[in-house]
Design a protein around this ligand. Sequence first.
Ligand SMILES: [Zn+2]
Length: 321
Amino acid sequence: MDDSTWMRLALDEARLALAHDDVPIGAIAVRGGEVIARAHNRREADGDATAHAELLAIRAASAVLGHWRLEGVTLYCTLEPCAMCAGAMVLARLPRLVYAAPDPKAGASGSVLDLLSHPQLNHRVEVTGGVLADEAAALIREFFAGLRAQMGYEALLHDMLHIRLAKSASFTRWDSRPLSEEQKVYAAEDVLDLLDLTTALQNRLAELGRLDWAREECRRLEAVSDERIPDVLWAKLPRIGGSDPKTRAVARELIEWREQAAQEADRPPSTVLQDAVLMEVAKRRPKSVDRLEQIRGLNQATLHRRGASLIAAVYFAGGQS
Ligand SMILES: [Zn+2]
């Protein structure tokens, strides 16, 4: 096996750190064409500043070999080692290190300092850097960007169910009616995919021991999104701060109106009246449905079914202020 094949195993190991919110860094020790030890970063999991993947892998390899000297061992690490780990490699007389991404902030194999080929130390490690560097760096970058937590629907489907979404229907206009046959098939498949995805996600979370945690998080999110406080919604309206008092008063009334209309129609409030349109109505204060009709972006169903009631709300708010 070549270096990049081993490095892939180290990357797999690195991903295990994500289960406990540790920076995804992995290391494997190879001897005689065999993995004898593997470890991933456990700093957060163990609350231990020294629980680096490399150090843990060195310890595990020593335990397997029954000796502190790691003869014939090559260590594959997804990140350039820090001073502590590089020091341990020298102490263990490690013959060879292969690492993936350089660490410009703390790397002790040339980036910040160089312990592995220091002329005054009694052991020098043969180093190969940059093997699958992009993949390793991307993994760490994604971790810090929180991208794993917000993986898009398409990426999740591919990652968990190996399904690639057909592009054909995703760019069509879903708000036009009637839906085409193709759109209906697409939508039906989507529902089935979603059910499978739910099961796969549940299984993955259960495997990681995080299912209960996720349930708890979701419950909190649900509570937050269900709670719709009119004053808070009003304060979040676009450009409400710079509006004149009358516009502000009408907007406040329209918020109440929208919440009630949404409840009656059993639809999300934003589909009854979008924030931007609500502000436009508040600003123009139309006195008739004809005038209301001139406001752009107004939902046609709202106009026809609730136009009169909307005008009444505007009038009511105007009369109060
Ligand atoms: Zn380290």
